[in-house]
Design a protein around this ligand. Structure first.
Ligand SMILES: Cc1cc2nc3c(=O)[nH]c(=O)nc-3n(C[C@H](O)[C@H](O)[C@H](O)COP(=O)(O)OP(=O)(O)OC[C@H]3O[C@@H](n4cnc5c(N)ncnc54)[C@H](O)[C@@H]3O)c2cc1C
Length: 405
């Protein structure tokens, strides 16, 4: 008989996990997927493209209803899991129904952090995490409206770009002295700022939000230096926090995320966690590749491959703003003892920085020409020796391959 397996969360990690599991051990488990959002799982990474109206919501659906049906998955979307009774091995749903399990996979993702400031509850103050948020933002941001985005990281910049493209007057406020400081060095950040300003987006660095002001709805963002920036809509994109409540209430060990080992097991036997809700070796990842890596390893293990282990992921970031190409991966700042190779051509707005340690590529930042980003990422991930191509590396893959031929 099939073992009952309940996946909680119907996001990107869950969909990939079911795909990987069903390709390896179809029929071994009776899989039920519980998802709070009232729709099929979709590609969250493309929400910015939906906001920019480059694609529609139906274009980003990951798997059709038929796909799930053909794999025998019971898909319960629009339903919230409210508890896990570990002593009787049942998952409780908000409807009052319960689901039996021998294994649970927590894939509950993250939620946006809201600032603990006056005015955050005002109508017109929104976050950017799911399709519901995109609908709300679109409804509030007609062309010509003044939008303030708080947060100059990947999400904030993509939201700002999407809204500017739709005709809004966008100001991005960022607390730090450079944009995307966790992914870019000073030089690439400065180029990015210029690229976004050329698209009509106003960027304010070192801008600390003090309060949101308004009567019936938000009207302005007040900064710590007392300046006020008028706004019809405020999008808060300052970061995310792992969605751990369900795990915590079940008694699973939780730190910043749900703590997992290299086997993606939690502190309670039979309960696993993958994706943004999981914390592995002290890291909660906020990107999709690690979630996919974890989904694959867990599926392999549950299909009987005891050798499968997750040992962490090398991160890479690609900003999705048309005409502003940015890529970064690995240790792009360069820890002590590393060497850097820089190629910069301000005339064509191109900047490349490669970080090398011990004869290996360990990090890269690209601005402008990002075509070789994935090739550099492969070199970083594979830990391949690069000494033999070191002199040509910064000029890109095609030159290196031509020289080797
Ligand atoms: C606008 C945007 C752009 C992004 N761009 C990139 C990018 O360029 N590159 C990149 O790598 N990553 C990007 N990301 C991040 C990427 O989307 C996430 O890393 C990925 O979605 C994580 O997958 P997940 O399954 O862990 O979480 P999610 O996809 O968030 O799925 C979690 C799901 O669980 C549901 N859930 C939570 N609690 C419960 C419960 N109690 N019961 C039932 N369901 C529940 C949630 O509603 C949600 O649907 C972006 C994210 C956003 C919002």
């Amino acid at each position: 008989m099939s073992e009952p397996l309940v996946v909680i969360g119907n996001g990107m990690a869950a969909a990939r996990f079911v795909e990987e599991l069903s390709s390896r051990a179809l029929g071994r488990y009776a899989v039920a997927v519980v998802g709070e959002e009232p729709r099929l799982a979709y590609n969250r990474v493309l929400l910015s493209a939906v906001l920019a109206r480059d694609v529609g919501p139906s274009d980003i659906v990951l798997k059709s209803a038929d796909w799930w049906r053909q794999r025998g998955v019971t898909l319960l979307y629009g339903q919230t899991a409210t508890g896990i009774d570990t002593h009787i091995r049942r998952v409780r749903l908000a409807t009052g129904a319960t689901l039996p399990y021998t294994r649970v996979v927590l894939a509950t993702g993250s939620r946006p952090i809201r600032l603990p400031l006056p005015g955050m509850e005002l109508p017109g103050v929104l976050t950017f995490r799911d399709l519901g948020d995109v609908t709300a933002i679109e409804g509030a941001a007609a062309a010509g409206r003044r939008v303030v985005v708080i947060g100059g990281g990947l999400l904030g910049l993509e939201a700002g770009y999407g809204l500017a493209k739709a005709g809004a007057k966008v100001t991005v406020l960022h607390l730090m002295d450079r944009l995307m400081e966790r992914q870019l060095d000073q030089r690439a950040s400065a180029m990015l700022k210029r690229g976004l300003e050329a698209k009509g987006i106003t960027i304010e660095l070192e801008a600390a939000t003090a309060a949101l002001r308004g009567h019936r709805r938000v009207e302005a963002v007040e900064l710590a230096d007392r300046r006020a920036i008028e706004a019809d809509l405020v999008v808060v994109a300052i970061g995310i926090r792992a969605n751990v409540e369900l795990g915590r209430s079940a008694g699973v060990a939780v730190d910043r995320g749900i703590v997992v080992d290299d086997c993606l097991g939690t502190s309670i036997a039979g309960i696993h966690a993958i994706g943004e809700c999981a914390e592995h070796r002290g890291t909660c990842y906020g990107l999709v590749e690690p979630a996919y890596d974890q989904a694959r390893v867990l599926a392999r293990r549950l299909a009987g491959d005891d050798s499968a282990r997750y040992r962490g992921s090398v991160l890479a970031t690609n900003l999705k703003v048309s005409g502003v190409n940015v890529f970064s991966a690995g240790d792009f700042m360069g820890a002590p003892g590393t060497e850097t190779i820089v190629l910069s051509d301000p005339g064509i707005d191109t900047y490349k920085k490669l970080v090398i340690a011990g004869g290996r590529l360990v990090g890269a930042v690209l601005y402008g020409d990002t075509e070789d980003g994935l090739w550099y990422l492969d070199l970083i991930r594979s830990d391949a020796p690069i000494e033999h191509m070191r002199d040509d590396l910064v000029f890109g893959r095609s030159l290196v391959e031509r020289m080797a031929a």
